[in-house]
Design a binder for this molecule. Structure first.
Ligand SMILES: NC(=O)C1=CN([C@@H]2O[C@H](COP(=O)(O)OP(=O)(O)OC[C@H]3O[C@@H](n4cnc5c(N)ncnc54)[C@H](OP(=O)(O)O)[C@@H]3O)[C@@H](O)[C@H]2O)C=CC1
Ligand SMILES: O=C1CO[C@H](CO)[C@@H](O)[C@@H]1O
Length: 318
């Protein structure tokens, strides 16, 4: 019988805390509040203890609703959970950081987060749309330096509003620049990593600086009408068949064997459970090499609306 996902599957953060390697993604723009509530409850019942949220997903109240029900029903206790959320780009001004975090906490119905990430190094114009666009459809920048935003995030950690702080989609130069001035170093970074985008140089760089890497879009975001469909690749299917596993389980297992945490998203109870059954088999070195032939440095989240931003992260080599 497949080994149930259990809480020992964790990675130690530089702060000494631990992050469960498997979490539930909640970026679900097409799903209703009811679907999100059911998905989070289903995940908690399946043994997930790590939920990945963000203000920009516009569904933190639904996640909070599910958490509250799970607490009342005794499915899980707050202290057993690892809840991540992310500061959105329109709230990088230092005076907006704490209010943004408080809004997220209020929506989630929590006293504190486990991890608060800066969602992107890029600040957008404050005070209006979450994706403010100019007449050419490009994001309108704000001039805030992510170093100043980080200092406000450090203050949030000092206040106990979040146990740890981290980054998302920063390139190596931006990580280094931030580390050079940080009073509190980031413990983790979310990066797009999957078999289409193994992102090796950046992953190794981040790890060498003491950051745990959390892989987002582990399945290649099939729902986004993506150009390529990772889960339908014959190479993945073949390896899955030989282990009596599914392509999604192989895609997730690949990341775990790279020493990464990951946050596959699903609102389908069967898949939510399926995605946990990844701790009872091991890919061989040969299988890993075969999977890596799929790499084409393909990004689902290239944030093209912000290509002209001063801090656009994808112009650097890595
Ligand atoms: N920091 C950042 O900038 C970013 C962070 N993220 C985070 O990462 C999470 C995951 O990435 P995301 O881009 O959502 O995409 P994923 O790669 O996790 O793919 C999600 C899609 O795969 C489907 N799916 C899930 N499990 C299976 C399965 N076992 N078999 C077949 N299909 C499956 C889901 O369908 P269904 O739901 O219908 O079951 C959904 O359509 C996000 O939800 C978010 O939390 C994502 C992007 C950027
Ligand atoms: O997490 C993410 C998913 O959706 C957002 C857009 O709406 C992205 O900007 C982001 O990186």
């Amino acid at each position: 019988m497949a080994k149930k996902y259990i809480e020992t599957e964790r990675i130690r953060l530089s702060s000494g805390r631990q992050i469960p390697v498997l979490g539930l993604g909640t970026c679900a723009p097409l799903q209703s509040e009811e679907e999100i509530i059911e998905a989070v409850k289903s995940a908690l019942r399946s043994g997930y203890r790590h939920i990945d949220c963000a203000a920009i997903y516009r569904n933190e109240r639904a996640v909070g609703h599910a958490l509250k029900e799970a607490f009342v029903m005794g499915i899980v206790k707050r202290e057993d959970l690892f809840i991540t959320s992310k500061l959105w780009n329109t709230c990088h001004k230092p005076e907006l950081v704490l209010p943004s975090l408080k809004k997220t906490l209020d929506d989630l119905g929590l006293e504190y987060l486990d991890l608060y990430l800066m969602h992107w190094p890029m600040a957008y114009k404050e005070g209006g749309e979450m994706n403010p666009l100019d007449e050419n459809g490009k994001a309108i920048s704000s001039d805030v330096d992510y170093i100043d935003t980080w200092q406000a995030m450090e203050d949030c950690r000092d206040m106990g509003k979040t146990r740890d702080i981290g980054l998302s989609s920063f390139n190596s130069q931006q990580i280094q620049r931030l580390l050079d001035s940080a009073r509190i170093p980031p413990v983790a970074i979310q990066l797009e990593v999957n078999c289409y985008n193994t992102n090796k140089k950046l992953v190794e760089f981040a790890k060498s600086k003491g950051l745990v890497v959390v892989a987002f879009s582990p399945l290649g975001t099939p729902s986004k009408g993506a150009e390529f469909q990772l889960l339908q690749e014959p190479v993945i299917q073949e390896i899955a068949d030989s282990h009596k596993k599914t392509p999604a389980q192989v895609a997730i297992r690949y990341l775990i064997q790279q020493g990464l945490a990951t946050v596959p998203k699903s609102v389908t109870a069967r898949r939510i459970a399926e995605n946990t059954e990844v701790f009872d088999f091991k890919l061989t070195d040969e299988e890993i090499s075969k999977l890596e032939t799929l790499n084409r440095n393909y990004k689902v989240y290239s944030e093209k609306i912000a290509v002209n931003h001063k801090y656009y992260p994808f112009n650097a080599d890595f």
